[in-house]
Structure formats: structure tokens, C-alpha cells
Design a protein around this ligand. Structure first.
Ligand code: TXA
Ligand code: MG
Length: 353
């Protein structure tokens, strides 16, 4: 059985001992909870894939506490190293994962044999203390079952992974404030940086950080590929169409009358409506349950609420469906990042209302 440990110095020591024995520890970050293991210990990493039921073709992000510790895991050209240093110094600790060529120190199970490693310094005091105290980098994917909604509380982790034989889950009252996973970029060719997963750090912020240091590199946003392919064929699991999926069927609301699916009264009565900025507040009595990602229409607040509201929605008694807000016309990178998760939670399905 997994065990939730409220944060304290003795709890931290228990977690570090477990990690040193090749066991797993789930810990909070500023984005979502991570399921951590010693990144340099292939036997420990195996357990992450086993616990999450995650395909081995999906590489893991390595979390470090200091910039210098990141460098030892990489093997970069001078130009790549310059981009890496500028972006890491500007945005770390923070919700930015940098994917670069891995050094031979990084086990191939971490990179899924891709020769590239994703690295970040999380901006959460408990995560930083844990990494520092255990003295090795922590490989950690989100601490949910593969494909399910990401966790932002210790209880969410327990609900998904509670049956795993040996797992400590560190609980703290410092929230996963950002609420959606880190922005992921890949520094591969000498003058191209590819944004693989949108997050709280925008391409505009990345581009301007590079320009301020006179680095001529373009940040390109990888188009959303609605991949129904399996993990062997795509670059990052965040690109899978069905990802972040709640256990109820979900749809995005649209006003497009040409849309094939329509909401009628009966459908609405069996739905959980997840709103934004009180747009559909007048429907509150027509649905099974009603939530609002942000009453005041703030995308930052929506990001931090999204996963916990999705989890509440899927466990609403008597509900069959989840209806989700539509940000597809919003020209704001955080809104785009939140909508990326909403889109995948609904497997790209729209319904006219
Ligand atoms: O905010 C976050 O990034 C959280 C916290 C715990 O740090 N972690 C997280 O990990 O979201 P995960 O595994 O759930 O999502 C990481 C994504 C996956 O889609 C994986 O395929 C991709 O990053 N990824 C990791 N390393 C990669 C690599 N070397 N090359 C390509 N994609 C990589
Ligand atoms: Mg994940």
C-alpha cells in the first residue's frame, strides 16, 4: 500500500531513505505531483513505468536542484549549451523542461533510448529540499496512471497509485500553484528550438529571453497533432490525443451549428458542466453538477484549478458526461496551454450547445 506522509523533516528522511533503496516517492512540484525515483538507478526507474502502467517508449523528465547538476547530464554543442544556459538561468527554478542530448550518465530507460534527456529545476520548496537531501537527480513523470488526469494533491496520487506496494506520497500545504505541466522545449539543431508541450512559460517569453542575449534561434511551436498513434511513433506522450482523460466521456462546448453532436435537455441533465468566467451560469439547475475554472475569467486560475475540477467532475454521482469550456479562439498562450489539456481530455470532441 502507498502511504501519505505529511511534510516534516522526519518524513523527508524517510523519503530519501526509500529513494536510496530504489523505491518510489511522489512529491509536489509547482506544476503537478511527480512520481520520483533515482534517475541514475535503472532498477528504480523500472518501478515508475510499472506503477503508472506507462509504456517504456515514453521518456522521463529528470529533476535537479542546481544548474550545475543539470549540465552533467547533458552533451551539447557550444551553441546548444548557450541556449540551454540562457533559458535555464532565466526560467529555473520553474515550469520549463529543456530537452537536449543526454550524456552517458543518463540511463537509456530514462531517455527511452532517444539519446535526449528532458531536465528541469522545479520551483517548489518541498521538491527542492527532497532532491538536495537525497543527493541524486530524480526522474519523475506526473504521478497519475498513464493517460489519466494529472494529480495536483497527495490524495489524487493516492487515488491512482494507492495500491502500489511501496510508495510514499509527500503531502504539503504548499499547492501545485501552476497546476498544469511544464512547458517542454527541445534544443536540437543549432538554430531551432521546438516547443513540444505548451505550459505556463510562453514561446514569446522564451524567444525574448534568447533575443535579449543576442542568440539567433527561433522558437517554433509544434502544431497540435491529434495523434491516435501509439507512443512508439510520436515524440512525447503529451501529444497523444487521448491523454489527461477523465473516466467520464467529455466534450467541448461549441456554438457551431454544423457540429455533428448536439446537447439536448436529457443529455444536459446527465452532465457535469465545467464553466469559465460564469458563461453558462444560468444552466446551473439543468446539470448534475456545475464547476467554474475561474469565476473572474483568469486563465492562470483556470490552469491551477483544471485537474482537480476534472477529478471532481469524473467522480460526480449520477453523471455520464463532462462538458468543457472552449478557448479555441483565445489568443493567449496560457489559455492555449490550458485548452491543450481540455482538448485531450475530450479526445478532441465538440458538442453544440
Ligand atoms: O511539469 C512537469 O513537467 C511534470 C512535473 C512532475 O515535473 N512532469 C511531467 O512528466 O509532466 P510527464 O512524464 O507526465 O510528461 C513529460 C512529457 C512526456 O510527454 C514525455 O514524452 C516528454 O515529456 N519527454 C520527456 N523526456 C523527453 C525526451 N527526452 N524527448 C522527448 N519527449 C520527452
Ligand atoms: Mg503526465
Amino acid at each position: 500500500m502507498a502511504e501519505i506522509l505529511p511534510y516534516s523533516n522526519p518524513s523527508l528522511s524517510i523519503c530519501c531513505d526509500a529513494l536510496a533503496r530504489s523505491e518510489l516517492v511522489a512529491f509536489p512540484t509547482e506544476t503537478v505531483y511527480g512520481l520520483g525515483a533515482n534517475a541514475l538507478d535503472p532498477q528504480a526507474i523500472e518501478k515508475i513505468f510499472e506503477a503508472k502502467k506507462r509504456p517504456k517508449s515514453d521518456p522521463l523528465i529528470v529533476h535537479v536542484a542546481k544548474f550545475e547538476d543539470a549540465l552533467g547530464l547533458t552533451d551539447m554543442t557550444e551553441f546548444q549549451g548557450k541556449c540551454f544556459a540562457v533559458l535555464a538561468r532565466k526560467f529555473w527554478p520553474g515550469p520549463l523542461t529543456l530537452i537536449v542530448k543526454a550524456s552517458s550518465k543518463v540511463p537509456s530507460i530514462v531517455t527511452a533510448n532517444s539519446a535526449y534527456v528532458g531536465i528541469r529545476i522545479p520551483n517548489h520548496p518541498v521538491a527542492l529540499q527532497l532532491i538536495e537531501q537525497c543527493g541524486f537527480p530524480l526522474a519523475a513523470p506526473s504521478a497519475n496512471l498513464f493517460g489519466h488526469v494529472s494529480p495536483t494533491t497527495a490524495q489524487h496520487v493516492f487515488n491512482d497509485l494507492g495500491n502500489y506496494p511501496e510508495l510514499f506520497i509527500l503531502e504539503t500545504n504548499i499547492p501545485c500553484q501552476v497546476g498544469i505541466e511544464s512547458t517542454i522545449i527541445k534544443i536540437s539543431n543549432d538554430n531551432e528550438i521546438i516547443l513540444l508541450r505548451p505550459g505556463a512559460i510562453s514561446s514569446i517569453a522564451l524567444q525574448s529571453a534568447l533575443e535579449n542575449e543576442n542568440i539567433l534561434a527561433t522558437v517554433k511551436i509544434k502544431k497540435r497533432e491529434l495523434s491516435e498513434k501509439n507512443m512508439d511513433e510520436i515524440e512525447s506522450s503529451g501529444q497523444l490525443l487521448t491523454h489527461y482523460s477523465p473516466s467520464l466521456e467529455a466534450f467541448i462546448l461549441t456554438h457551431d451549428p454544423n457540429n455533428k453532436l448536439n446537447v439536448d435537455k436529457d443529455f444536459l441533465a446527465k452532465s457535469v458542466l465545467i464553466d469559465f468566467h460564469s458563461k453558462y451560469k444560468n444552466q446551473i439547475n439543468n446539470v448534475t453538477e456545475y464547476f467554474d475554472l475561474s469565476l473572474r475569467g483568469d486563465y492562470k486560475e483556470a490552469a491551477s484549478n483544471l485537474f482537480s475540477i476534472l477529478r471532481k467532475a469524473e467522480s460526480t454521482e449520477g453523471a455520464n458526461y463532462i462538458l468543457l469550456p472552449n478557448f479555441s479562439d483565445v489568443d493567449d498562450e496560457l489559455a492555449i496551454a490550458v485548452f491543450d489539456r481540455i482538448y485531450r481530455a475530450a479526445s478532441g470532441k465538440f458538442i453544440c450547445f
